[in-house]
Design a protein around this ligand. Structure first.
Ligand code: CAA
Length: 261
C-alpha cells in the first residue's frame, strides 16, 4: 500500500466513483485510508461538475469492515475522542455536502463501515452484503455517528436492538427495516448504482442540493419551523435559471436544457 491508492476516485462527467481500496483488511479504515477518504470527499465537493458520487468497497467481500481495530486498541480516551470527532466531521462533509452520495454496499458494512453508509444520501446493497454495528463486541459504542443516524433512520427500538446485539443482518433484512433502499444481485450492484447516479445526475443541480438541505436540516427542526424553512427554500428555487427553464420547457412541451444554476 502506498499513499494515494487507498481511496480511488474515477470521474465520469457529472458522476464520481470512489472505491475504498484496502481489501487485505476488508477495507477497514485506518488513519491513512481516512485521510485519503477525507481528501477524496473534499475534492468531490470542490468540483462543480460532479453531481453524484458513488462510494463502494474493493473486492467482493467487504464494503468497509469498520474502523481499524488494530489502530484503535491502544488509544487513550482523548485519542479515541479525537478520532471520533475527526471522522464525524468527515462523515458530516458527506451528509451536508452539495453532492448526492450513493453507498453501493458490496459486502460487509460493519461498525464504521455501516456508519459511512449511513452518512450517504442513498444506500443500495448487494444481496450478499451484511450490515451491522458490532462495536458492543469490542467493549465500545458506535462513535462515528451510528448512535445518532441509525435511530433516526430505522427508529430507536430497531437501532438499539442492532447495537445491543451486535448482530449482522442480511441485505434483505436491511431493506425490510429501511436501512437500505434496494437490494440487487451482487454482480449487478455497480451497474444499478451507476444507473441511479445517471438518473439523478441528469436533474438540475440546485434542486438536488435544495432537496438535500431541506431534508437534512428540516429533520432537526420542529414542524412549524421546518415548514417555514421549506417555504424559504422553495422560494429560493425561483432564483435559479433552471426553475424558469424547467417550467417553460413543460409549457412549451419540450425537454428542459439544464444549466445547473
Ligand atoms: N479492523 C482491522 N482489521 C480488520 C477489520 C477491522 N475492523 N476487519 C477485518 N480486518 C482484517 C482481519 O484482521 C484480517 O486480517 P489478517 O488477514 O491480517 O488476519 C482480514 O481483515 C480478513 O478478515 P477475517 O480473516 O476476519 O475475515 P473473515 O471472513 O473470517 O471475517 C468479518 C470477516 C466477520 C468481517 C471479520 O473480519 C470481523 O468481524 N471484522 C471486524 C468487524 C468489526 O468489529 N467492525 C467494527 C470495528 S469498530 C468500529 O468501527 C468502531 C466505530 O464506531 C468507528
Amino acid at each position: 500500500e502506498t499513499a494515494g491508492d487507498l481511496v480511488i476516485t474515477e470521474k465520469f462527467d457529472a458522476l464520481a466513483l470512489m472505491t475504498i481500496n484496502r481489501p487485505k483488511a476488508l477495507n477497514a479504515l485506518d488513519q491513512l485510508t481516512l485521510q485519503q477518504l477525507d481528501a477524496a470527499v473534499s475534492a468531490i465537493e470542490a468540483d462543480p461538475q460532479i453531481k453524484v458520487a458513488i462510494i463502494t468497497g474493493s473486492g467482493e467481500k467487504a464494503f468497509v469492515a469498520g474502523g481499524d481495530i488494530g489502530v484503535m486498541q491502544p488509544l487513550d480516551p482523548l485519542g479515541a475522542r479525537r478520532i471520533a470527532v475527526d471522522v464525524q466531521q468527515l462523515l458530516n462533509k458527506i451528509e451536508y455536502g452539495s453532492t448526492v452520495y450513493i453507498a453501493a454496499i458490496n459486502g460487509y458494512a460493519l461498525g464504521g463501515g455501516c456508519e459511512l453508509a449511513l452518512a450517504c444520501d442513498i444506500r443500495i446493497a448487494a444481496d450478499s452484503a451484511q450490515l451491522g454495528q458490532p462495536e458492543v463486541n469490542l467493549g465500545i459504542i458506535p462513535g462515528w455517528g451510528g448512535t445518532q443516524r441509525l435511530p433516526r433512520l430505522v427508529g430507536s427500538s430497531m437501532a438499539k436492538q442492532l447495537m445491543f446485539t451486535g448482530e449482522r443482518i442480511s441485505a434483505a433484512r436491511a431493506a425490510q427495516i429501511g436501512l437500505v433502499s434496494e437490494v440487487v444481485p451482487a454482480t449487478g450492484l455497480l451497474a444499478r448504482a451507476r444507473e441511479l447516479a445517471q438518473i439523478i445526475a441528469a436533474k438540475p443541480k440546485m434542486a438536488l442540493q435544495l432537496i438535500k438541505e431541506a431534508v437534512n436540516n428540516g429533520r432537526e427542526m420542529d414542524m412549524q419551523r421546518a415548514f417555514a424553512y421549506e417555504a424559504d427554500l422553495f422560494g429560493l428555487c425561483f432564483a435559479t435559471a433552471d426553475q424558469k427553464e424547467g417550467m417553460l420547457a413543460f409549457l412549451e412541451k419540450r425537454q428542459p436544457q439544464w444549466r445547473d444554476q
